[in-house]
Design a binder for this molecule. Sequence first.
Ligand code: UD1
Ligand code: CA
Length: 437
Amino acid sequence: MKAVIILAAGNGTRMKSPIPKVLHTVAGKPMLQWVIDAIDPLNFEQIIIVASPILEFETKPSNVDVIVQGKPLGTGDALQIGVSKLNSNINKVLLICADTPLLDQADLKNLINSTADLTVAAMEINDLSKSYGRVELNDKSQPVAIVETKHNEKDKINKLANAGAYAFNAKMLRELLPQLKPNQESGEIYATDLVALAFAKNYSTGVIYAREENFFGVNTIVELTAAESIMQDRLKKAHMLNGVRFVLPETSYVNYDAEIAAGAYIEPNVYIGERVRIAAFARILSYSYISECLILSQATIGPFAHLRANVVVEEGATIGNFVEVKNSLIGKKAKAKHLSYIGDASIGEATNIGAGTITCNYDGFNKFKTQIGKNVMVGVNTTLVAPVFLGDGAYVAAGSVITEDVTPNSLAISRSIQQEKAEWAVNFRARNARKLS
Ligand code: UD1
Ligand code: CA
């Protein structure tokens, strides 16, 4: 029976942020959640998270035991606290850190399948200035120690870095953990000291090799952005291999949960935020910011459009530049092509919303709905004061302020009648010319 312990406590001091480190997001998902999701398919009998007292779970995963490490006394102390929660039938324990969001399942499977009493995941690094601990091997390629380079700068010449993931024989772990001593310089108890201890007690030690990218550790905001870049590359590559066209993928952001169908077309500099679904043949044009929306086939969004908070754009509809749409349904082949705010509205099939149309949906206390039927022509610069209903086939004259419902197929016009004063400009200019002379 195997268990996994995820270390998610610690102060995250180097992040210099009031947000607990492991709740910082990568592609919109907290780092800790990436780690939980990576281990989820591996069928562990027990999952234990060692959390700091300030770590709050939005929804605590149901099959997970959370135990709090009161003080951040180091990874060894955290591991010991985790082990105190282990079920008695567990004989193998994986240890992973919650600040490594780019985990790969193949590496974790290698760790699970390792046979030594203690197996370390190691990675060859090119940038020797990195702060990872270094794995020391004997001439039989067995790990004999891990040295923390923050205390031993000279060990930085060793290219073999500790990935921060290990597999342990549970019995050995229970025996050795109480023997760990605090590090003399930092006062913390290091899980990494288990390697030298296990080797000295004649336990077998082994190593698996992994790509550095998969165990990239996040300790600072700079490293968080580096992890974000790698994750963004991975996500967009997966979408592209599924048939999604990103014209310049490196310029666009994609949240982890975006569902984009093959044949969708995404121009440069698009932001695809949370809960977005895009159908085949939909087109998202440059500089659009979209979140919480469903965009159906043949619809075109942007350039420079903003969709948010529950928007559905049906087949063949168009949302053009400088149009913001919130909590609204845009019917099939409907168009709002320029400079509008459409909030809490439903717009029927083939309706045209003229440039500058604004729904007035909010009175400072409540939100109200604007309902527009099919084949309606809303003239430019129309103000729709909700709640209001425009019947199928109606026309609204440009510049109108609409406060009453409009019956189907009628014309609503609400603006002052134009006057004309003949020769007024001639007299005006003459008056002013006299003043100047
Ligand atoms: C650790 C390893 C280092 C390895 C690196 C890999 C130790 C002593 N060092 O260093 O060899 O190369 O990870 O990324 O283990 N945590 C707790 N409680 C604590 C301290 C930390 O739960 O008291 C958690 C943190 O939330 C984090 C993880 O343990 O997820 C690792 O701690 P961190 O301080 O980031 O260790 P590193 O300095 O990165
Ligand atoms: Ca770390």
